[in-house]
Design a protein around this ligand. Structure first.
Ligand code: GAL
Length: 688
């Protein structure tokens, strides 16, 4: 079973990110006062400020943050302190260039940006341990410090590492995993294209090659290694902070990035997880927000659902509070009136109990002069500050919802082996991307809330049992152990839905010599006779289910039944495999398994959810247009419905059972108008 998180917020509250080192000291007191007046209780500081404490190697000075913390104490604010390892200082990278990360061709990333270090340099590990020791040793006892953020956005900017230290550590990692080169050569298929190694010195992290293509099985291990390296770096800091932090103070890190097993990082090093939510990316000038079939404007709901799978009661360390843009990229308009509130409420609706806006005031210097904060350069009160104040007022009525559980009607299984294999394998990537997007869209448009559910070797039936339906869209890598767990889930009453390519590979990403769906074939009672991408000349390929034509997506597995008790629900209705099974069902124990030979489309998903009786589970209480998202949280037997209107236009909602409008305190029933970019929070009158 997954470990429970160590820390939870008691009430929903607001914060902001503040950089005392960016401003004249004369501004500190007034800034803190204005925050407090706007309802902001907590600030995050310090995460890039290494030189403020160690301006030269081995010279430590604490005065700057001591002074700032005095101002914080006087203002009665709380602080989350960041460790500064995301930005090693110039003196450090100049003297120890081996700490720098490199491009694939070995060229070093130089000082001048951030996150330019690598996790495996012993020098960087020592210097990082020392600065973290100094930060935590000196500041953790301060009464106004309530938590710690490790580094900043681990694996952000770049999630691949090619320094010499990485190669040295990768060799060790592989030695630990395979013992001998003979094993490595055999397990990773090095016989192909004469790639066998004869000495460990010949093994490297991926390097520049023709098409930059390397052995895929070794690359898959490389991503696992990157994740291990990042987690070890985070754990090293967490172990140090834990020696100094006050009981009850928490350790976290922010963001959610690739080639990183965020779940393991959470379980091994953190007390609570925080995320950085920037939905305005959907409106970047490079995006197409108008022809928006992908629901780009609410894609962050999908990200937040993943965050929830890492940590059910999470926080937002950085919530959008202005227009985006570096001086070099990511230009986007300012959030419209209401959008900052909508996006903050989106976070809360998905399980966040703390929301901290990035940043208090836009920086007047550096790369992020266009990454706007609440206040602008001129430092005057503005519409954004008024919006925060109004949000704070609204939050008063839902403060006590902290800790309420998000209620999903079905789950989508994910595992890191397959997420990373999809990074190595373009066939895998295509099907994965297509299905994930469409399952999300189906859930959104039909107001059937979903969760992502992590599958690991440690996952147990207890982690899955609350989901009546689990999609495992394209589990190409399928181990015996995981197949056994899925069998257990189905036999005990769950409905498992698998899609094309299931069971193609084993744990190293090698293809298994058995019919798909491999380890699940006994359970599904099916096999895959043939398979193909749907080509440009094929048009749309469909299956016919109960007289209705449904698109079978971008890839088709042509199914065969292998057991008598397999029911063919639908057959392909076009292409050369017309008439062959596309969708089958088999009852197993108390539950069932459904095998779909395609990638999922929103219509197929909705048809499946309807067939299984879980589509639109709240239709007796609410009727909503597609423009609105529905999130449901539950606490003490009460249901709380968050209705988020992402369109700029007013929408009509029908409340079919009397509920309490949490923001006004009034009872409502019948037709309700919800203005554009706005949110409604309703409390059920009856208890569950
Ligand atoms: C985040 C990061 C912040 C800031 C912000 C805007 O990814 O943590 O430090 O850079 O983006 O770019």
């Amino acid at each position: 079973m997954r470990k429970q998180q160590n820390f939870q917020w008691e009430t929903i509250s607001l914060g902001t990110c503040y950089y005392p080192e960016h401003w004249d000291r004369s501004l500190w007191e007034a800034d803190l006062k204005r925050m407090k007046a706007a309802g902001i209780e907590t600030i995050r500081i310090g995460e890039f400020a290494w030189s403020k404490v160690e301006p030269r190697e081995g010279e430590f000075s604490y005065e700057f943050f001591d002074d700032f913390l005095n101002a914080v104490r006087a203002a009665d604010m709380k602080v989350i302190f960041g460790t500064p390892t995301a930005t090693p200082p110039a003196w450090l990278t100049e003297k120890y260039p081996e700490v720098l990360n490199c491009r694939m061709d070995g060229v070093k990333f130089r000082h001048g940006m951030r996150r330019h270090y690598n996790y495996n340099s012993p020098v960087y590990q020592d210097l990082s341990a020392r600065i973290v020791e100094k930060f935590a040793g000196h500041y953790a006892a301060h009464p106004n410090v309530i938590g710690w953020q490790i580094d900043n956005e681990i694996n952000c900017e770049v999630d691949v590492f090619y320094s010499e230290s990485d190669t040295a550590a990768f060799r060790k990692y592989l030695q630990g995993k395979y013992g001998t080169l003979e094993n490595l050569n055999r397990e990773l298929g090095m016989i192909f294209w004469n790639q066998e190694y004869t000495s460990w010195d010949e093994v490297y992290v991926p390097r520049t090659t023709i098409h930059n293509t390397s052995n895929p099985h070794l690359t898959l291990d490389y991503y696992r290694f990157v994740s291990e390296s990042a987690i070890a770096f985070c754990r090293m800091q967490s172990d140090i902070i834990r020696k100094y932090k006050k009981p009850g103070d928490f350790i976290t890190t922010n963001g959610m990035f690739d080639h990183l097993d965020n779940h393991r990082m959470m379980d091994e090093a953190l007390d609570v997880y925080t995320y950085d939510s920037y939905p305005n990316f959907a409106y970047c000038l490079s995006e197409d927000p108008v022809h928006n079939r992908d629901l780009n404007d609410r894609k962050w709901s999908s990200h937040l659902s993943r965050v929830r799978s890492v940590c059910p009661h999470f926080g937002i360390m950085e919530q959008q509070s202005g227009a985006n843009g570096w001086n070099t990229r990511m230009e986007a308009p300012a959030p419209k009136p209401g959008q900052m509130t909508l996006w903050a409420m989106q976070s809360i609706a998905h399980g966040a109990d703390y929301v901290s806006f990035f940043r208090w005031r836009t920086c007047t210097v550096g790369t992020e002069i266009y990454w706007h904060g609440i206040l602008d350069y001129d430092n005057r009160d503005n519409r954004k500050l008024r919006e925060i104040r109004a949000l704070h007022e609204r939050l008063r009525s839902i403060r006590e919802l902290a800790g309420a559980a998000y209620r999903a009607s079905f789950g989508v299984l994910e595992d890191y082996d397959n997420l990373w294999d999809a990074d190595v394998d373009v066939w895998h990537r295509r099907v994965e991307k297509a299905s994930k997007k469409e399952i999300f869209a189906a859930s959104q448009l039909s107001h059937t809330p979903m969760d992502y559910v992590l599958l690991t070797d440690g996952t147990e039936y207890g982690d899955l049992k609350d989901y009546p339906v689990l999609f495992y869209p394209h589990g190409l890598i399928l181990t015996e152990r995981r197949a056994k767990l899925l069998r257990d889930y189905a036999e005990k009453g769950g409905c498992l839905i698998i899609g094309a390519r299931t069971g193609q590979k084993e744990e190293h990403g090698r293809c298994v010599m058995m019919p798909m769906p491999g380890e699940l074939a006994q359970l599904s009672g099916t096999s895959v006779e043939e398979f193909t991408f749907v080509g440009a000349m094929d048009g749309q390929v469909c299956m016919e289910w109960n007289g209705k034509k449904l698109d079978t997506g971008i890839f088709n597995d042509i199914l065969e039944t292998e057991k008598e008790d397999v029911k063919v629900l639908a057959c392909f209705a076009s292409n050369y495999y017309e008439g062959k099974p596309a969708l089958t069902e088999r009852a197993v124990g108390e539950g069932r398994v459904i095998h779909f030979g395609g990638t999922f489309t929103r219509d197929t998903v909705q048809a499946l959810l309807s067939y299984l009786g879980i589509l639109e589970p709240y239709r007796a209480q609410l009727e909503l247009p597609e423009e609105c998202e529905l999130c449901v949280r539950e606490k003490n037997g009460k249901q709380y419905f968050f209705i988020l209107n992402y369109s700029p236009e007013e929408q009509e909602i029908r409340v079919k059972q009397e509920m309490i409008d949490m923001f006004s305190g009034e009872k409502i029933c019948g037709a309700v108008r919800l203005t554009g970019d706005n949110v409604l929070c309703l409390e059920s009158v009856t208890t569950l």
